[in-house]
Design a protein around this ligand. Structure first.
Ligand code: HEC
Ligand code: HEC
Ligand code: HEC
Ligand code: HEC
Length: 510
C-alpha cells in the first residue's frame, strides 16, 4: 500500500515534470520555428522597404538600424593628401571619405562631390551604375527594367527610384529569408574565374558571398545593345575583372589586355585604373579567409537574447564586438588583439605613405618632363610603370579592412607598387636631364588644399553646385519617391540624421 502510494505520487510528480518540460520544449521549438519562418508564401510586398521586414524579424531589423551609430566622416584626402595628386583629373580627387554605416550608404553617394550636381534626369556626370551598391531598389529595378536598361543612362535617371539604403532585400529571399544574391554580376564573375556560383557554394561561403555583391573590385563595361523597339543603346555594366583570377596581377592583366582605363591622369597623361574596394578578394588571401572564417563571423556575430540566438545585423568594426566576434576562437586578451591590429595598421600606413609619395611625384615629374618637351614615346614605359604602381597601391588600400584581413598581401602589393613607382622615377631622371631639367623637385603637396590646388580641383565651384542640387533636384526626387509610395512612412531614409554630415557641410555652415 505504502509502496503503491509512493510509486503513484512519484509517477505523478514525474509526469507533471515531464509535461512541464515538454510544454517548455514545444514552446521554445514553436518560438524557434516562428522566428525562422517564412513570412508568407507570397513573400513580402514592397520588400525593398526595410521597414516591411521589421514585423517578421524585429531583432534583425533593430540591429540593422543600429548601423546608424557608425556616423563619423573621415575625410581621406585630408588624412592622405597625396591621394588628390594620384587621382588628378578624376572625381576621387574632389571628395573621398572612409566608409561608414550601411544606414548612410545611399545618402553618402548622393552627397559625395564625386556624383556631381545633375540638373535633370539626363545630366551626368556619372552613369546609373553608381547606384549599384547602395540600395535594395537596385535589384528591384534590374528585375523590372532589365539589366541592360538599368545600366543605361545617367545616375540622375533613377534619383527618385533608388531611395532605400542597403537592406534586407539585398541579401535575403523575401519568401524564405534564406541568403540570396540579387545582382547578376557576382555569379557571372565567379563563373568567369572558374569558381562555384552562389547557389553551388556552401552555407559558410554564402555568409561571405552576400558581401561580395559589393565589397569587390569592379569596372563599368561598355556594352552596346538594342532595346525592344530596336533603338541602339550603350550600357555601362558593373563587371568584376576576375577572368584571370582574383589576384592583383590577374586583374591588372585583364585590364591591360582589354586596353581599359578609367581616366587619363590630368598631370602625367597616364591611362589610369581606379581600384574600387577589393575587400573580398584580399580577404580570401588572408589567414581567416583561408581557414574558412566568413565575413559574417566577425561583422555579424551571433547574439544571444534570452533563449533566442540571432545574427547581429549591426555591420560595423568588429573591434566593437570582440567578445562575440573574436573570443569564440581566440584566447588572447581583447587588448592584446587590439594592439596587434593597431600594429598592422601602422605597418600598412608606413609603406602606403612611401609608395604613394613616389607615385604622386612620378605624376608630377612626368608633367614637368612634358613641359620640357618629352614625347609620348619617351614617356611610354614610364607611364606603364605609373599605371601599374598606382593600380597596385590603390588595390592594397582602397578596401579599408585589407590591412587586417590580409596583412601580408597588403604589404606585398604595396612593396610592388613602390618598386614600380621608383622605376618610373629613375627613368624620369634621365628623361628630364635629356630635356635640360636638373634637380627638379616636385611642389609641396603635404595638405589637402595644396594637393587639390596642384590637381586643379575647383572645390568651391563643386560644393556650390552640389548645394544647389540638394536644394532643387534632390528635393524633387524625395518628393516624388514619397508620393509614389516608394518609401515606408517610417523609413530610415526620412530620418533627418541621415543627411547632416559630409566632408564639406561643416565647412560650409558657418
Ligand atoms: C549592397 C552593397 C553592400 C553589401 C551587400 C554589403 N556592403 Fe558593406 N558597405 C557598402 C557601402 C556602400 C558602404 C559604405 C557606406 C558609407 O560610407 O556610407 C559599406 C560599408 C561597410 C562597412 C563600414 C562600416 C563602418 O561602420 O565603418 C563594413 C564593415 C561593411 N560594409 C561590411 C560588410 C559586410 C561584412 C557585408 C556582408 C555581410 C557587407 N558589408 C555587405 C556596401 C555593401
Ligand atoms: C549585407 C547582407 C545582409 C543584410 C543587408 C541583411 N542580412 Fe539578414 N543575414 C545576413 C547573414 C550573412 C545572415 C546569417 C545567415 C546564416 O548564417 O544563415 C543573416 C541572417 C538573417 C536571418 C536568419 C536568423 C539569424 O539572425 O541568423 C534573418 C531572419 C535575417 N537575416 C533577416 C534580415 C532582415 C530583416 C534584414 C533587414 C533589416 C536583413 N536580414 C539584412 C545578411 C544580411
Ligand atoms: C576575422 C574577423 C574578420 C573577418 C572574417 C572579416 N573582417 Fe572585415 N574587418 C575586421 C577588422 C578587425 C577590421 C578593422 C576594423 C577597425 O579598424 O576598426 C575590419 C575592417 C573591415 C572594413 C573596413 C571598415 C572601416 O570602416 O574602415 C570592411 C569594409 C570590412 N572589414 C569588410 C569585410 C568583408 C566584406 C569581409 C569578408 C569578405 C570581412 N570584412 C571579413 C575583421 C574581420
Ligand atoms: C572562426 C574562428 C575565428 C574568428 C571568429 C576569429 N579568428 Fe582570428 N584567427 C583564427 C585562425 C584559425 C587563425 C590562424 C592562426 C591559427 O591557426 O592559430 C587566426 C589568426 C588571427 C591572428 C593572427 C594572424 C595574423 O593575421 O596576424 C589575429 C591577429 C587574429 N586572428 C585576430 C582576430 C580578431 C581581431 C578577430 C575578431 C575580429 C578574430 N581573429 C576572429 C580564427 C578566428
Amino acid at each position: 500500500m505504502n509502496k503503491f502510494k509512493v510509486l503513484l505520487v512519484g509517477s505523478l510528480v514525474a509526469i507533471g515534470a515531464m509535461a512541464l518540460l515538454a510544454g517548455n520544449i514545444t514552446e521554445k521549438e514553436k518560438q524557434r520555428v516562428e522566428l525562422a519562418k517564412a513570412p508568407s508564401e507570397a513573400g513580402i510586398a514592397g520588400k525593398e522597404k526595410n521597414e516591411e521586414w521589421a514585423k517578421y524579424y524585429p531583432r534583425q531589423y533593430d540591429s540593422w538600424k543600429k548601423t546608424k551609430e557608425s556616423d563619423a566622416i573621415v575625410d581621406m584626402l585630408d588624412k592622405k593628401p597625396y591621394l588628390a595628386i594620384a587621382w588628378a583629373g578624376y572625381s576621387f580627387a574632389k571628395d573621398y571619405n572612409a566608409p561608414r554605416g550601411h544606414y548612410y550608404a545611399l545618402q553618402d553617394n548622393i552627397n559625395s562631390l564625386r556624383t556631381g550636381s545633375p540638373t535633370d534626369a539626363k545630366t551626368g556626370p556619372m552613369p546609373t551604375a553608381c547606384w549599384t551598391c547602395k540600395s535594395p531598389d537596385v535589384p528591384r529595378l534590374i528585375e523590372e527594367d532589365g539589366e541592360l536598361e538599368f545600366f543605361t543612362g545617367k545616375w540622375a535617371k533613377y534619383g527618385s527610384q533608388i531611395v532605400n539604403p542597403i537592406g534586407c532585400a539585398n541579401c535575403h529571399d523575401d519568401k524564405t529569408a534564406q541568403l540570396q544574391v540579387r545582382v547578376p554580376h557576382l555569379d557571372r564573375a565567379l563563373k568567369s574565374a572558374g569558381l562555384k556560383t552562389f547557389e553551388e557554394s556552401t552555407h559558410q561561403e554564402k555568409r561571405s558571398l552576400v558581401c561580395a555583391q559589393c565589397h569587390v573590385e569592379y569596372y563599368f563595361k561598355k556594352t552596346d545593345w538594342k532595346d525592344a523597339k530596336g533603338e541602339a543603346k550603350t550600357a555601362m555594366v558593373v563587371t568584376l575583372p576576375w577572368a584571370n583570377g582574383l589576384t592583383v596581377e590577374g586583374m591588372e592583366k585583364y585590364y591591360d589586355d582589354n586596353n581599359f582605363s578609367d581616366w587619363t591622369h590630368s598631370i602625367s597623361k597616364t591611362p589610369m585604373l581606379k581600384a574600387q574596394h577589393p575587400g573580398f578578394e584580399f580577404f580570401k588571401t588572408g589567414i581567416h579567409g583561408q581557414k574558412g572564417v566568413s565575413c559574417a563571423d566577425c561583422h555579424m556575430p551571433y547574439t544571444q537574447e534570452g533563449s533566442v540566438k540571432y545574427s547581429d545585423h549591426q555591420v560595423q568594426s568588429p573591434l566593437k564586438t570582440m567578445d562575440k566576434s573574436c573570443m569564440n576562437c581566440h584566447r588572447e586578451s581583447e587588448q592584446k588583439l587590439k594592439d596587434i591590429i593597431h600594429q598592422k595598421m601602422v605597418r600598412k600606413d608606413f609603406l602606403m605613405d612611401i609608395a604613394f609619395d613616389n607615385i604622386a611625384k612620378a605624376h608630377i615629374e612626368t608633367g614637368r618632363a612634358m613641359e620640357a618637351g618629352a614625347s609620348d614615346d619617351e614617356l611610354k614605359e614610364i607611364r606603364t610603370f605609373i599605371r601599374h604602381a598606382q593600380w597596385r597601391g590603390d588595390m592594397a588600400i582602397a578596401s579599408h579592412g585589407n590591412f587586417f584581413h590580409a596583412p601580408e598581401e597588403t604589404l606585398r602589393v604595396l612593396a610592388s607598387a613602390n618598386e614600380q613607382a621608383q622605376q618610373a622615377r629613375l627613368k624620369l631622371v634621365s628623361v628630364l636631364a635629356k630635356h635640360g631639367v636638373m634637380d627638379y623637385m616636385a611642389p609641396d603637396f603635404s595638405d589637402k588644399v595644396k594637393a587639390q590646388g596642384i590637381a586643379k580641383v575647383n572645390l568651391k565651384a563643386e560644393i556650390d553646385a552640389k548645394l544647389k542640387f540638394k536644394e532643387t533636384l534632390e528635393k524633387e526626387w524625395k518628393k516624388e519617391a514619397a508620393a509614389k509610395g516608394r518609401l515606408a512612412p517610417n523609413s530610415v531614409a526620412l530620418d533627418p540624421a541621415v543627411d547632416t554630415k559630409s566632408s564639406y557641410f561643416d565647412k560650409t555652415k558657418k
